[in-house]
Ligand binder design. Structure first.
Ligand code: ZN
Length: 87
């Protein structure tokens, strides 16, 4: 395997492991935030699109993504104005 390819795969694995840790119960305590964390705006937007197109429609109210001022990761929200005032 090419060295670059190996490193790319390793970084992808590391990112998956990191997101798993920060969304575990101990990760939520560490972040002092119980919302599901996304590391990048793009990851949050991808998740938003995926959930909104869920056949059950149960996530159809989700509207936007925002950077949390408590844990500094990206979250999805149904609220439009000043989401940081809501929990
Ligand atoms: Zn947060």
């Amino acid at each position: 395997m090419l060295r670059e390819e190996h490193e790319r795969r390793q970084r992808a694995k590391d990112a998956v492991e990191l997101i798993r840790q920060i969304n575990s119960p101990s990760g939520q305590r560490m972040r002092n935030c119980r919302k599901r964390a996304h590391l990048t705006k793009k990851a949050a937007l991808d998740e938003l699109e995926k959930l909104k197109s869920h056949p059950s429609g149960k996530h159809s109210k989700l509207q936007r993504v925002y950077l949390c001022d408590r844990c500094y990761t990206w979250h999805l929200t149904t609220f439009n104005p000043k989401p940081w005032k809501w929990d």
